[in-house]
Write a protein that binds this ligand. Structure first.
Ligand SMILES: [Zn+2]
Length: 486
């Protein structure tokens, strides 16, 4: 095959680095088949050998890839929308333009333009190959969504969106050229792809799926680095306006421009980088985070595993110090900043006088603000900030406002956060659930901060008298003076 970016036919095969068994066993690859993972020897673009035909691939996305909309779509799209609003703030500040979201799934991004910014529905459109999503977007969201971009031939749009699409498509440059045809001359192209290369090994998180194979998922047939994304845009005749890699992979805004040439990267360099990432992931799975960090320092989960190591969990200074050092190594890494804030909040529960505790909580709140400044839209941050406002300052109004913000971002949190609103309106204390893990085995324990004492709907009923029948009695734990690590 020809390299979609530079046209070369010279490839560096990297399939030997992959675990084929993983794909055979989950039925995503026929037993005996190769993945075809390779890098272009001329420009360094990493991509997979194309299999079958483009039509067969379309058929896969039409009905096999995902069936239909699930509740998590609302949560994930809500979070992304907070970030996307920031990327598009200039567009959103102007008057409405015709916009199209290519690969729009359930249509929740175009819906945001209508619901939050008042853009007329007839200016919004989408393309979605998956039947279950497309029909939902058409009938439930009420959008003009078609199966293929070609069905919009001859029409023009002021904003064309490709959010997490280009890593899936047969020919990313060909796709960008199609977008160019429907883009008005002064229009904006907004895109986002996962980011690979010399970056934080930040996805997946630890767990059974902590595996190089799900990181380099086989449906992501185009593996973009910063340079290859820039190259694809250049050869398709775009000029980059904004290129942001702080969070959510690579995000860019581009306009029509002159046709440029690709940036050339060394295919061998990618091969050795891949090996290092793979080894670092293996070491984390083997519970050896120190060596994983030596192999690949930009690995948040490895640093977290150190911070939650049994011995380290007993010492506030050590635990916080590990995370502070990791943040210095990866400034702007939301995952680390957030974990640091949660640890601050956790230790604020240690025995100390009320004012000291409140001050420690406020510090945690400022850290969460710092994380939100990098990556807006994490609904659980609103939850933690609500907890802090209530417990440190007794500020019920601010707390409830924060929970409502969290529900707005992620409607699936309605029951949980609504319940907290009920509890605090009823004047009940909330408890931070400690310790973060049993501490009997080393390892990362995940979310850390949880509330306890919330029988379903009890708080809602008590706080709001919401006509839910007799008010059940509710056991709410008092703020504990236990040490976080026992
Ligand atoms: Zn190439």
């Amino acid at each position: 095959m020809k390299c979609p970016i530079c046209g070369s036919e010279k490839w560096l095969d990297m399939d030997d680095l992959r675990n084929h068994q993983y794909w055979w066993e989950n039925g995503k690859l026929k037993v005996g088949d190769r993945l075809g993972f390779q890098a272009c020897r001329d420009c360094g673009f990493v991509t997979y050998e194309r299999r079958g035909t483009e039509e067969e691939m379309h058929a896969y996305y039409k009905s096999v890839y995902r069936a239909a909309v699930g509740p998590s779509n609302w949560a994930s799209e809500g979070r992304r929308n907070e970030y996307r609003k920031r990327m598009l703030k200039d567009v959103l500040a102007g008057s409405p333009r015709r916009m199209i979201d290519i690969g729009c799934a359930a249509g929740l991004f175009p819906r945001m333009f209508r619901e939050e910014y008042g853009w007329p529905n007839e200016m919004l459109a989408g393309v979605e190959p998956t039947d279950g999503y497309r029909e939902y977007a058409k009938h439930e969201i009420g959008l003009d969504v078609r199966e293929k971009i070609e069905e919009f031939k001859g029409e023009k749009f002021g904003l064309v969106v490709y959010y997490r699409v280009l890593e899936h498509v047969w020919n990313p440059v060909g796709e960008l050229l199609k977008a160019r045809e429907i883009l008005e001359d002064d229009g904006i192209l907004y895109g986002s792809v996962p980011r690979w290369g010399e970056v934080e090994l930040d996805d997946p998180t630890t767990g059974v799926d902590n595996d190089i194979e799900s990181y380099y998922h086989k449906d992501h047939i185009n593996v973009f680095t910063d340079n290859s994304m820039r190259s694809a845009l250049a050869v398709a005749g775009y000029e980059i306006v904004t290129f942001d890699t702080t969070v959510h992979g690579i995000s860019f805004l581009a306009r029509k421009g002159k046709v440029g040439v690709p940036i050339r990267e060394d295919a061998e360099k990618f091969r050795s980088l891949f090996k290092r990432q793979k080894e670092a992931m293996r070491l984390v799975r083997a519970k050896n985070p120190q060596d994983a960090i030596k192999e690949y320092p930009l690995y948040p989960d490895a640093h977290m595993m150190c911070a939650f190591w049994k011995e380290n969990m007993r010492d506030e200074k050590i635990q916080k110090g590990i995370l502070d050092d990791a943040i210095k190594l990866m400034p702007g890494c939301v995952k680390m900043i957030r974990q640091r804030a949660l640890i601050e909040l956790q230790w604020a529960q240690a025995p100390q006088d009320r004012e000291k505790r409140s001050e420690a909580m406020r510090i945690a709140g400022r850290m969460l603000d710092e994380a939100d400044a990098v990556s807006p839209g994490m609904d659980d941050h609103w939850h933690h900030k609500a907890y802090i406002a209530y417990m440190a300052d007794g500020d019920i109004e601010t707390a409830c406002r924060h929970w409502k913000r969290g529900i707005a971002v992620n409607p699936l949190k309605w029951e949980e956060y609504g319940n907290y609103i009920g509890l605090v309106r009823a004047g009940k204390p909330l408890k931070l659930n400690t310790p973060p893990s049993r501490g009997d085995e080393p390892g990362y324990s995940g979310g850390v901060v949880q509330m306890v004492g919330r029988p379903k709907f009890a708080g809602m009923a008590q706080g709001m008298g919401a006509g839910l029948g007799p008010i059940p009695s509710v056991e709410v734990a008092n703020v504990s003076d236990e040490k976080p690590t026992e």
